[in-house]
Write a protein that binds this ligand. Sequence first.
Ligand code: ATP
Ligand code: MG
Length: 258
Amino acid sequence: MNESPKTSVEMRDVCLAFDEKEVLTGVSLTVPTLSRLVVLGQSGSGKSTLLRLILGLLKPTRGEITFNGLKVTRMGRLRLNRMRRKIGMVYQYSALISSLSVRDNLALPLEELTTKSREEIDHLVDEKLKLVGMADARDKMPAELSGGMRKRIGLARGIIMDPELILYDEPTAGLDPVISAVIDELIISLSEKIGATSIIVTHEMGSAFKVATHMAMLYKGKIIASDSPEAFKASTDPVVAQFIAGDTQGPILNATPS
Ligand SMILES: Nc1ncnc2c1ncn2[C@@H]1O[C@H](COP(=O)(O)OP(=O)(O)OP(=O)(O)O)[C@@H](O)[C@H]1O
Ligand SMILES: [Mg+2]
């Protein structure tokens, strides 16, 4: 029954500049279907930008990006919208709409993008809330929730359309260790339960090694390493080793862009 291509996302020599500032200078990356790829990189290295490029929210100045073999970089608005239904995005700050209840926040994409009935939508909302252990929060407003709870709701919203690909931007940043561990386990179980490929941007090493099946390091606008977590742990590349160890000594700080 598995008809999806072996590669979920492929980036080939992707460059992106904002005005004069070159953020990505030739990113090449292959994301195998059903993998959980963790992208490591310093603050400001372009990790969120990478996710926005995959969603087609930004166009690269050069290079090509494909999703399921289709060229994102060549898609018009209609095809982009169709593609985005298959991609769930979990934002760093949850990005819930504060004037809507948890139920309505989750229902929104289903109401806008599908013809499902209210009953069907309610059923899907409940199902996803249960998956993230937040069934009781259904009728709450975002302001009534803690940061960790909001994050879990953001996660439930990210998977409401049963996406084939889930993009996580710093899913555990700023959370206590226990909630972080809960989120890590959710990332793993969701990818297995709904059969999704995951790309996770993080600089929390504990989380990274727990969830990753594959790892990549973004540095100075390029992917300088892409390998298994075991290979990353044993890496002798000075940049990778310094980043993983969180050392102050090494090439990274010396090379911080101006
Ligand atoms: N819309 C934009 N216009 C101009 N510059 C931008 C824009 N978005 C991002 N940048 C710049 O691109 C660079 C990369 O930003 P990005 O948000 O992708 O970094 P990041 O790796 O996600 O960082 P962090 O870990 O802090 O979230 C930064 O220097 C940022 O200032
Ligand atoms: Mg970011």
